[in-house]
Design a protein around this ligand. Structure first.
Ligand SMILES: NC(=O)c1ccc[n+]([C@@H]2O[C@H](COP(=O)([O-])OP(=O)(O)OC[C@H]3O[C@@H](n4cnc5c(N)ncnc54)[C@H](O)[C@@H]3O)[C@@H](O)[C@H]2O)c1
Length: 337
């Protein structure tokens, strides 16, 4: 799979061992960026490769981290002829992408995506960046890495809850683009949760392919790429207010987006219920106790809104969605059905 970016093409490699990352890097000075969790699972790899370790977690996605990393890169004599590899989940790939895109106005870089979410979503598509205060991903660029290694062997060390979080993004990809894959996901639920490598490989390939196809049509998110935001308006608000994980928040957000789609006549009730059943099958929540009005307050400040409207993703069928510009007030009209 290739992402055809404005600046460069990016190879998405689902059959390349992370141990052979050296094959992809020109003979240049290389530095790996990772987090302490990933480091502790793969110490042998890092002992053989120069690296910088960050504490794990979303709180690292800040300009303060970036500034500290710039200084560490200078100390290590990394320059624009060097190569930077982010080895980790979406937090590390977002940080590394922004760091490499801005240091010396752009140092070549690549990713070893080590979480399921990073392999099917976060590491693919060239978006990178950090948070500012409470605003998620407010600072960033769109710049493709040279490669993304999505080696499912790495998923064997991933915590089960974190795997399920990532599966919500794959479920979302299938819900908006591929109904038969959505059914396949349900039929293979147990094998996926058991981390059967053959099934995980097929899942990563097919879910990543959907993201690649969409990004290749709209790298800058002026149109079809917005489909990937299905469930994310309510979901990001829930994540911000509840502190629930991204996957759980998006699971609830998708339920709410599905319900609104039914309520406004975009899909029938069976489609909405099928979506809910799929989320629950992975033991993820579909409801939140948060006051609805507080979610709407947060959405009203969403960076994706355009004046008093928002481009919202409605589910039309399992495997089919559409983008509609609606007044923000429409999001307040969600009711119980
Ligand atoms: N740029 C994009 O297009 C995009 C898209 C979706 C999400 N994101 C971002 O991705 C981030 C979430 O990504 P995430 O869920 O991967 O979070 P994460 O990077 O925090 O990883 C989750 C946890 O898994 C651990 N981990 C990662 N790989 C592991 C492995 N192989 N074995 C054991 N533990 C491992 C990490 O150390 C971390 O503790 C968010 O910041 C989100 O904003 C970006």
């Amino acid at each position: 799979m290739i992402v055809e970016g404005a600046n460069r093409n990016c190879k998405i490699l689902t059959d390349h061992s992370y141990k052979n990352v050296g094959d992809l890097i020109p003979t240049r000075k290389v530095i790996f960026i990772t987090d302490d969790n990933v480091y502790n699972h793969y110490p042998d790899f890092f002992q053989a490769h120069p690296h910088i370790i960050l504490p794990a977690g979303e709180s690292q996605k800040s300009l303060a981290t970036i500034e500290s990393l710039y200084r560490q890169l200078l100390d290590k004599k990394i320059d624009r002829h060097s190569f930077i590899v982010g080895f980790g989940g979406g937090v590390i790939t977002d940080i590394t992408g922004y760091l490499a895109s801005t240091f010396y106005r752009g140092v070549p870089f690549g990713f070893i995506a080590s979480s399921f979410l990073a392999q099917v979503d976060a590491a693919i598509g060239g978006k990178n960046g950090v948070n500012l205060d409470k605003y998620k991903n407010l600072i960033g660029t769109i710049n493709q890495p040279s490669f993304v290694i999505c080696d499912t062997e790495l998923l064997q060390s991933l915590d089960q809850e974190i795997l399920k979080d990532g599966i919500m993004e794959a479920l979302k990809h299938f819900a908006i683009r591929d109904g038969s894959r959505f059914d396949w996901l349900m039929n293979n639920k147990q094998a996926i949760l058991n981390k059967d490598d053959t099934i995980l490989k097929e899942l990563v390939k097919t879910a990543a392919q959907i993201k690649v196809d969409i990004v290749n049509q709209d790298e800058n998110e002026s149109g079809i790429r917005k489909l990937l935001n299905f469930g994310h308006s309510y979901g990001h608000a829930i994540e911000k207010l509840s502190g629930l994980s991204h996957g759980k928040s998006i699971a609830i957000g998708m339920q709410m987006a599905g319900k609104l789609s039914h309520q406004l006549g975009y899909c029938n009730k069976e489609v909405y219920l099928q979506l809910c059943e799929a989320i629950k099958a992975f033991d993820m929540p579909i409801n939140s106790d948060l006051p609805f009005a507080s979610l709407i307050d947060v959405i009203a400040k969403d960076k994706k809104k355009v004046d008093a409207s928002i481009d919202y993703i409605f589910l039309k069928n399992i495997g089919q969605a559409s983008i509609e510009r609606i007044p923000l007030t429409t999001l307040s009209s969600l009711r119980n059905i």
